[in-house]
Design a protein. Structure first.
Length: 59
């Protein structure tokens, strides 16, 4: 089985709205994922938390 076939077809990334989160989303896009819907954003009383769903097409 090829390495890319071991990746899940759907995933949700969450975390603080910072550079590290943006890098994680960018890395997923580089692996062939596509954004699925709009990001969700909330405030936990301390900082902004974001979530982004991603999907990957089966080849």
């Amino acid at each position: 089985m090829a390495e890319d076939q071991e990746l899940p077809r759907y995933r949700v990334l969450t975390g603080p709205d910072d550079e590290a989160f943006c890098r994680r989303v960018s890395e997923a896009l580089d692996l062939g994922y596509e954004l699925h819907g709009s990001p969700s954003i909330t405030f936990n009383g301390d900082r902004v938390i974001v979530a982004q769903a991603l999907t990957r097409r089966q080849s």
